[in-house]
Ligand binder design. Structure first.
Ligand code: IPD
Ligand code: CA
Ligand code: CA
Length: 254
């Protein structure tokens, strides 16, 4: 088996194990506050990251790790795992569906393997760079071409409330020009929904590497354009099929 297929199989297996752990919701919550008072981690975010990191290191002890909950580790193999142990913690905490486990593996050329597992959607997305994108092992493609006035666009909002003033300005402009907005609650699921045509586009500012690593590879491998550029001092991510991507980019306020 090639190196990338070994990594993919391991990532799929680890994502499934973390999914099983997380489907057993705890009877009570132990919450930690992070960047702002509304940015939380539960004990399950930490338990999921621990399971993922231990499984990676027992199979591939020389790989590096970047984990949202702090499991950072330099590697020597040239491969680094970028983990969001629960993407969509607020959904998870409230018992809403759509949260995911996001696992990306990067090498010197960028993200090589991406796996996003959303057990409450019965969905396992995956991609290997250059090999297309898949949902539950079926090949997927993003919607293209889509005109802006027919577009269903997903978005999300930062935990930093002052960033929301700018985010709201984008939505304020877009909502008058598109079919509708969806705020589902998990960035990697949003990117995978672009990949599988369940929304037409996605836009959000302030995403972190672990939000983007796996989902952006999956969206790109499904034919979407995914960029992150500086806008008003923030990192603005746009994902959509090539035609809609151009139209969304033109509709962003100065
Ligand atoms: C968050 C979710 C949310 C997005 C936030 C992310 P977390 O991730 O993806 O949809 O709007 O920007 O931080 O904190 O639940 O891992
Ligand atoms: Ca996240
Ligand atoms: Ca998270």
């Amino acid at each position: 088996m090639s190196n990338e297929n070994q990594i993919l199989e391991l990532a799929l297996s680890i994502a499934r194990q973390a999914g099983e752990l997380l489907m057993n919701r705890p009877a009570s919550w132990d919450l930690t506050v992070k960047s702002t008072a509304i940015d939380i981690a539960t004990q399950m975010d930490h338990a999921s990251e621990k399971l993922i990191v231990e499984a990676i290191l027992s199979a591939r002890p020389n790989d590096g790790i970047i984990g949202e909950e702090g499991a950072d580790r330099e590697g020597t193999s040239g491969f680094t795992w970028v983990i969001d142990p629960i993407d969509g913690t607020v959904n998870y905490f409230y018992g809403l569906p759509g949260w995911n486990i996001s696992i990306g593996v990067k090498d010197s050329q960028g993200v090589l393997v991406g796996v996003v597992h959303s057990p409450t959607f019965n969905s396992m997305w995956h991609a290997v760079r250059g090999g297309g994108a898949f949902l539950n092992n079926e090949k997927i493609e993003c919607n293209n071409p889509v005109q802006l006035d027919k577009a269903l666009i997903a978005t999300g909002f930062a935990y930093e409330v002052k960033d929301r003033e700018n985010q709201i300005e984008i939505i304020d402009q877009l909502i008058l020009k598109i079919r509708d907005i969806r705020r589902m609650g998990a960035a990697a699921t949003d990117l995978c929904c672009v990949a599988s045509g369940m929304v037409d586009g996605y836009i959000e500012t302030g995403l972190k590497e672990w939000d983007l690593a796996a989902g952006s590879l999956i969206a790109r491998e499904a034919g979407a354009v995914v960029t992150t550029q500086i806008w008003r001092g923030m990192e603005l991510t746009i994902a959509a099929g090539p035609e809609l991507f151009k139209q969304i980019s033109r509709a962003i306020p100065e």
